[in-house]
Write a protein that binds this ligand. Structure first.
Ligand code: ADP
Ligand code: MG
Length: 592
């Protein structure tokens, strides 16, 4: 016999889809508080949220006569018509959360709107209203949820340990605190304050309040706009990197997301600034047109899909590159020592900034607060919603590194060029700089239609293996593209008659030989990535360290370096220069 399920059974089943674990409840309630226009939210949990969750907000509250309605399935104030679905500005809109939470817990809700003098207290046990009465309370809403899954015990056994559940919640609240820097968040776990933010719009302070880590003080700001897109946030300089991507946090239009596309953009933005296998720390906030975005592909809204993926990668990586092209992003000698000590800790300890949140106590925030005039919360009588946040920057925006500001003072060990500006002393690695210049010249030359070649008086004879000879068509073509003129010279030999203008003979010879040696029958010379890799490798062997350069040669080298797209590192990710600040020097001499 087919029967329609009793309402409370149907509700329990539906609730199971929305509420999987304590974090699901916390997430829904915090999002409701934000949608209600709150600028102060307290989250308190006990036992990983299994036994107790309290969310208190100072938002708009719920009208007395609508409190019970709010707990009905598909009851929402946030959308009215299907057309609204295309332009959702609130975090919730399905009208399922309160109904689901009410169905599988003991829920107590206390709420009042600002126009009412008396509020409402509602008790719901397993979807049934136990009590609904007037109560004196401040404007806003408090929801206390206890005894999760008391009436669906089978679900209890899918819950993880208290600490595993609470760490999910900590991650989430931290991310919300970052995304909503104008909202004061306070998070209490088992009676301990884990963190509290000032909610004054200062992103940088918020990051430090939440992730209390010394190394984060050195993050550099990102602020980049183009058309509909804006990017802001903070990222680590190449001096600080991790072995995993776990310290990369992305927000898109205010929502924290996982995104392979944004991860790619980060890799692209840090390209050649970090060694392979190293990952930066990023707190990146992207705002893009909601029309170019699909946030619905995953029920918990963690994944987003961009309509124009390549544009996003391009945009975000450009923003990162700009931020990394500043004086502040130049690797500091003291950072290198610090990185070493971080490195020596076991992997789990250093890998994940989120784990550092287990620090229980509040700590003073290091930077002075800055008041922001950014009031991005709009309210009307029925709904309140968050406008895309304006881009505000708390650390002063940094100026691009400019080679014209530095004065060359000489060189040491025939290897390092020394230079200074007003505040810093620089060491420039001649060899790395040279590699970078070569690399960029070769790569651009490769793509140029006209090549600059120079004939050489005594041609170079180059011997190759048989298999290389078989492939000669493609590699001859590649080297020709870079400015070589090479001809067949019988059996296993080739003759080099012209070389690129910017190489000397020995460099040109070494480069061509390495390039050819690295090629085998599987090398796809039409693939740019492969060509670039080959060029990188060949540059390395072509450029010699320990060449004493004259002052003229040094100046020419720095001039060439300054013209590079990425003058900061060699193609392998080693820095081309590092700095020591005047302040650090004074510290070493105990002057400060
Ligand atoms: P949704 O958020 O999808 O609308 P919910 O079940 O989460 O659905 O909430 C139902 C309704 O209850 C919301 O649309 C809102 O009007 C009201 N509501 C829920 N939480 C709050 C809150 N903290 N402050 C004010 N109103 C709230
Ligand atoms: Mg909701």
């Amino acid at each position: 016999m087919i029967k329609v399920l009793e309402k409370n059974i149907a509700d329990k089943i539906a609730a199971g889809e929305v509420i999987e674990r304590p974090i699901s409840i916390v997430k829904e309630l915090v999002e409701n508080a934000i949608d209600a226009g709150a600028n102060s939210i307290v989250v308190e949990i006990k036992n990983g949220g299994k036994s107790y969750i309290r969310i208190t907000d100072n938002g708009c509250g719920i009208e007395n006569d609508q409190v019970e309605t709010a707990f009905l399935r598909h009851a929402t104030s946030k959308i009215v018509s299907a057309a609204d679905l295309d332009s959702i500005e609130t975090l919730g809109f399905r009208g399922e959360a309160l109904a689901s939470i009410g169905a599988v817990t003991h829920t107590e809700l206390i709420t009042k709107t600002k126009d009412n003098t008396i509020g409402t207290k509602l008790l719901i046990h397993g979807g049934t209203v136990i009590q609904n009465q007037g109560i004196g309370c401040p404007t806003g809403t408090t929801i206390v949820v206890t005894d999760l899954f008391y009436n669906t015990p089978a679900r209890l056994k899918f819950l993880k340990s208290d600490s595993a559940e609470s760490s999910l919640i900590i991650d989430f609240i931290s991310q919300m605190a970052l995304a909503y820097k104008d909202i004061k968040f306070r998070f209490i776990n088992n009676d301990d304050i884990v963190f509290s933010t000032m909610g004054n719009g200062n992103r940088f302070n918020t990051i430090l309040s939440v992730y209390k880590q010394k190394e984060l003080e050195n993050l550099v700001p990102v602020s980049y706009n183009e058309g509909d897109n804006s990017l802001e946030g903070y990222i680590s300089t190449p001096a600080f990197s991790k072995t995993t991507k776990r310290s990369q946090i992305f927000f898109v239009n205010g929502r924290v997301v996982n995104s392979k596309i944004l991860e790619k953009a980060v890799i692209e933005g840090y390209k050649e600034r970090l060694f392979d296998g190293r990952h930066p720390i990023t707190f990146l906030f992207l705002h893009t047109s909601p029309y170019d975005l699909d946030v619905n592909i995953h029920p918990n809204k963690k994944e987003v899909r961009f309509d124009k993926e390549n544009d996003i990668i391009d945009f975000v990586s450009k923003g990162i590159k700009e931020a990394l092209g500043t004086k502040e992003a130049v690797i500091e000698i003291k950072d290198i020592f610090r990185e070493k000590t971080i490195e020596m800790k076991p992997e789990e300890k250093q890998g994940n900034i989120k784990e550092l949140l287990s620090t229980k106590r509040e700590r003073d925030v290091i930077l002075p607060p800055k008041v922001s005039d950014d009031t991005s919360v709009v309210k009307d009588s029925t709904i309140s919603y968050q406008l895309p946040q304006k881009v505000t920057i708390d650390k002063p925006l940094l100026t691009p590194f400019d080679f014209d500001d530095i004065t060359i003072t000489g060189s040491i060990f025939g290897t390092y060029i020394t230079a200074t500006d007003e505040k810093n002393f620089y060491l420039i690695d001649q060899h790395a700089a040279h590699e970078r210049i070569f690399y960029e010249k070769l790569v651009t030359e490769y793509e140029n239609s006209t090549k600059a070649r120079q004939p050489i008086l005594i041609p170079i004879i180059m011997e190759v293996s048989l298999s290389v000879k078989e492939n000669s068509f493609s590699w001859l073509n590649s080297l020709n593209n870079m400015g070589y003129t090479i001809e067949d010279f019988g059996q296993n030999s080739y003759i080099i008659k012209e070389i690129p203008t910017y190489m000397d003979i020995s460099e040109a010879e070494e480069f061509a030989k390495t390039f050819v040696e690295e090629i085998n029958e599987n090398t796809d010379l039409k693939n740019h990535v492969i060509i670039n890799k080959l060029i990188t490798k060949s540059c390395k062997s072509a450029v010699k360290a320990h060449d004493y350069l004259s002052m003229e040669e040094i100046n020419a080298l720095i001039k060439d370096l300054s013209k590079c797209v990425n003058p900061f590192s060699c193609p392998h990710g080693r820095p081309t220069f590092i700095k020591l600040s005047n302040y650090e020097i004074e510290k070493m001499f105990k002057r400060v």
